[in-house]
Design a protein. Structure first.
Length: 237
């Protein structure tokens, strides 16, 4: 929990691709501020640039009022979805709020495609949904998928949740990418050791020592030297 509110969120979906989709429910209980937290009602970062994608001026006004009352001043609105990606790139927002009210399947898919590409926290607001749309939002990397009436007094809570969830899953994605990279490097090194062992009659330990010594002498990673060995071996086949 961040600051003065207790939130209940239900996370649905079993696969991760960038972020998790969430249906935000009620239950906000007032508490005193936690140590080191911002003042009650204050935003986590008023300098955040937030873009609202909403063709309805009435519903967009609810989002804008909620953000401005929470202290966010850099709020832009996109009023039509034509060339949406180009418009978003031009504004370069930190967070994207998409309000669709009662979207068609095609509209949802268009917005999910945006979420897959932009790599930003995305909160999507709809009045009603189904299990298939919720799962699709998970797959698209939507950070918060909010079903129900649009209420301005919930906007800051939803925004905080959206950003926190995006950051958490971004860290997870980075860790997964690092683990995959390390595994791939290990495979390259093992293959290079095999080449050296066969070509020079070395033991596995001697082959690795040679790779490590060469990497130190050339100020390179062992995996880079190993890849050079594999490349050279291919040339001499």
């Amino acid at each position: 929990m961040n600051g003065a509110q207790e939130r209940k969120a239900f996370v649905r979906g079993s696969r991760y691709r960038g972020t998790a989709a969430e249906i935000v429910s009620v239950a906000e209980t007032r508490k005193g501020p936690e140590p080191g937290s911002p003042p009650q009602g204050g935003p986590r970062d008023a300098s955040l640039k937030i873009v609202i994608v909403d063709e309805s001026p009435i519903r967009a006004a609810i989002l804008e009022d909620g953000l401005r009352e929470a202290g966010f001043v850099q709020v832009e609105r996109i009023t039509e979805t034509r060339n949406l990606l180009a418009r978003i790139y031009a504004l370069d927002p930190d967070v994207i709020l998409i309000d669709l009210e009662n979207p068609s399947r095609d509209e949802l898919e268009q917005m999910f495609q945006v979420s897959r590409i932009v790599k930003r926290p995305v909160a999507m607001f709809v009045d009603q949904s189904d299990a298939a749309s919720i799962q699709a939002s998970v797959d698209a990397g939507v950070s918060a998928y909010i079903v129900g009436n649009l209420q301005k007094d919930r906007i800051k809570t939803i925004l905080d949740l959206c950003i926190s969830r995006f950051n958490a899953f971004s860290r997870l994605q980075s860790e997964l990418d690092e683990a995959k990279g390390a595994l791939e490097e290990r495979k390259i090194i093992d293959r290079a050791k095999g080449v050296l062992m066969k070509a020079k009659g070395l033991t596995e330990e001697q082959a690795y020592s040679l790779l490590r010594k060469t990497a130190m002498n050339e100020n390179k990673k062992i995996a880079d030297i190993a890849q050079s060995v594999l490349t050279a071996a291919e040339l001499f086949k």
